[in-house]
Design a protein around this ligand. Structure first.
Ligand code: C5P
Length: 310
């Protein structure tokens, strides 16, 4: 056989979005160590791209990564993408043999669910590569076993999450919202931020209630960025600021720059600012950079679609 003309190994490329939590309401920790949530996720147009390539049987999983801060991403079985491939293989009874390449477009360890997007994209890519015949609901069920934010990375758009954040109901929205993000080179540990939340609330946080997001849901349906800015909410924000006090200044800079609303994204340390337009988002990002308040800045829009094969 002439090697130069040999067919390339089959491969599938999938992209999945990062997210922010427009609202994140956290109840008191339960016996399983998780906190009941009511959260409103919005996917943003920053994407992780996963390429899954067939390898000979018995080869196992191989993982490579590129993109900003790729050096911080583990390349072994502790990587959520690796675990996603393993879980899917086990579930459908095939060998876990695949080469995965992650091209990172979502800030690493920023509370924007980049790792969850990798897991979601890997599930979708391996599902297509191995022609498993699973339904979308099956995949969403597997996603929930990998992490609380993984189902949303499959589904995308805007959705209300309950339970651990993994039970999703799509939310109606109109139009496009402009976001600026300030990210830090050093991430915050999600369990540490939840732990600080418990310390602040003495384990007696009030129960979560979806009715508290009524104004936010109205703002989304109306496509009204001013009302959305006023309704943004994150119960983990003070805990994240306790662990990273300089986030306060990052929030203030965006507020002084006329942001319609600001908040820490998820468990942080990324800070999100809602802007009036793309130009306004760029201006806020430029001020963060000029004031040295971010290691990187990103301007994007939401909502964005969920995982899809490219
Ligand atoms: O589900 P995931 O693995 O992403 O969660 C990471 C950690 O975040 C958990 O181990 C837990 O400490 C915390 N967490 C929580 N309550 C949730 C979601 C996550 O306490 N609803």
């Amino acid at each position: 056989m002439n090697r130069l003309t040999a067919a390339p190994s089959p491969s599938v490329r999938v992209r999945a979005p990062g997210k922010l939590n427009l609202s994140l309401r956290v109840g008191p920790v339960e016996d399983d160590g998780y906190h009941p949530l009511v959260t409103v996720f919005q996917a943003v147009a920053l994407y992780e791209e996963v390429t899954a390539t067939e390898v000979p049987e018995g080869t196992g999983i191989a993982l490579t990564v590129d993109g900003p801060h790729a050096d911080q991403v583990p390349l072994d079985a502790s990587n959520l993408a690796w675990r996603a491939a393993e879980l899917l293989a086990e579930h459908v009874g095939v060998g876990a043999d695949v080469a995965l390449h992650l091209a990172k477009g979502v800030p690493v360890a920023g509370g924007m669910a980049g790792g969850s997007a990798d897991a979601a994209a890997t599930l979708a890519a391996c599902d297509a590569l191995w022609a498993t015949g699973l339904s979308r609901d099956d995949l969403v069920g597997l996603a929930a076993r990998l992490g609380s934010d993984v189902p949303f990375a499959l589904v995308g758009h805007t959705a209300v999450g309950t339970g651990r954040g993994h039970l999703l109901t799509p939310a109606m929205t109109r139009g496009e919202f402009h976001w600026a993000f300030a990210t830090q080179a050093e991430g915050l540990s999600t369990p540490a931020v939840y732990g600080q939340f418990d310390a602040r609330t003495g384990g007696r946080a009030p129960a979560v209630d979806p009715a508290d997001d009524t104004d936010l849901m109205h703002a989304l349906r109306a496509g009204d960025p001013v009302a959305l800015g006023l309704a943004l909410h994150n119960d983990l924000q003070d805990a994240a600021i306790d662990l990273r006090p300089e986030l306060e200044r990052t929030l203030e800079i965006a507020q002084n720059g006329g942001a319609l609303g600001t908040l820490v994204s998820g468990s942080g340390p990324s800070v999100a600012a809602l802007a009036r337009s793309r130009q306004h988002a760029l201006a806020i990002a430029a001020t963060w950079t000029a004031e040295g308040a971010a290691d990187s800045v990103w301007c994007t829009t939401g909502p964005a679609g969920g995982a899809r094969v490219l």
